[in-house]
Design a protein around this ligand. Sequence first.
Ligand code: FAD
Length: 477
Amino acid sequence: MGGGPGGYVAAIRAAQRGLRVGLVEKERPGGVCLNWGCIPTKAMLRSAEVFQTLQDAADFGIYADSVRFDFAAVRQRKDGIVKELTDGVAGLLVANGVTVVEGHARFTGPTTVEVFETGPSPIFQGGPRYAATPTVAHTRTISATDVIIATGSVPALLPIPGADLPGVITSDGAFGLTEVPKRLAVVGGSAVGAEWASLFATFGSAVTVIEMQDRLVPLEDKEIGVALGRSFGKRGISVLTGATVTGIAQIDGALRVRIGGAQTSELDADAVLVGVGRRANTAELGLADAGIDTDARGFIPVDEKLRTGVQHVYAIGDVTGKALLAHVASHQGLTAADVIAGHDAHIDYTVIPAATFTHPEIASVGLTEDAARAAGHEVITAKFPFAALGRAKSYGDTEGFLKIVAGQKHKEVLGVHIMGPSASDLIAEGALAISLEATLDELADTIHAHPTLGEIGMETALTGLGLPVHIAPPRKR
Ligand code: FAD
């Protein structure tokens, strides 16, 4: 049930394992990731990056006069990329022999699902997300030996006055903006809110981010959140931390946002983007009819084999609330399909890299410094700045650093945290290091190509060992 990066990957693996597979999807293949999340945001962020680079071109000895953007064309490019990828997924499902059923699935028993088929609909050709209830062509019941719930998540809403005013939008609604808002308030400074803030700031919005915690991206290592806040500040993005939005009102054609916290204040915006988290998409799924429980947050608890409390019913992806990331959903999907096909598989959440595609980018894997200490590890930390890398200088992008958290005694890598150019790609080395239980010595002894951004992992390891080459050693007392 559900054809996002959890469901479609599970369907393909299950078919490859020789199972007969039906996949029910009520909207478009690819789920939130391909249609409303990972891919469309990154497509638009890339346009913003190109715009910024052209504006800074003189720094490279290149002169690009009258640089401007066309937001409609930016959105059109994004739509084209989404279509290519979702068409690709639809094709892969067919090629693997998966039967795709377009419609809304609902449990009528633990392993029987009623599907309100929408018939030949515009859905797979890119229909609107929240269209009026589609005309139900007919209903059919599917019986299966095993069922996987992969229905994902939807944006959480703010329970405050004014949350339903026109102009107050979620991340999904942001894709509907046809113009760049002059003044944008972003509620929530986690990955989703921070990415939108970065994007619209580059396109010229006056952006204010309002975050309840004491820093941006509060799930990341403290130093990263603080550094990102400082970087946003330099770009003119206003960041209010320790602040809570208590209400929104429409006054004189603007949205007046009331902010509580240590100090109360108000600000006016043309759009308010609410990015305060996600909730499990289990409404109208008939979970009670299948005897499936949810936890206090509404997510479906599963074990390491993705089994729910009901035999032969599995859950994967955002709906499990484990880590709301596409690659986690896909890995859970592969595991669930293997388990159903009789293989001895289980999922291990120890190594989950995550990236946020702000400018500058951030990425992390493993334990933050605070989490490592809280877990009882005696740790050392090492940092190395991008500014000391030849490649970063030639890129003209030297902001940020890589930080390693390692065990004090054996120097095993426990966590890697990056802010800076290509952080989202560089994190792969950190993930492999933790996965292979590598030490700082092993990272430092691995020859890295020069001049590359990748050298930063090796240089940070050398710094952690007290043998930095390209930054000054700590002063001897
Ligand atoms: P979903 O992708 O939510 O898919 C669920 C599918 O189930 C949907 O297609 C839905 O239509 C269908 N469905 C629901 N109910 C039913 C039903 N009853 N019957 C039939 N079909 C149903 N993650 C990353 O890893 N990297 C990123 O850069 C990233 N960027 C993001 C940016 C944004 C703005 C957002 C919102 C999310 C981002 N994510 C990112 C998170 C990522 O999109 C999700 O973690 C991922 O899509 C979850 O996959 P899923 O398969 O569990 O569910």
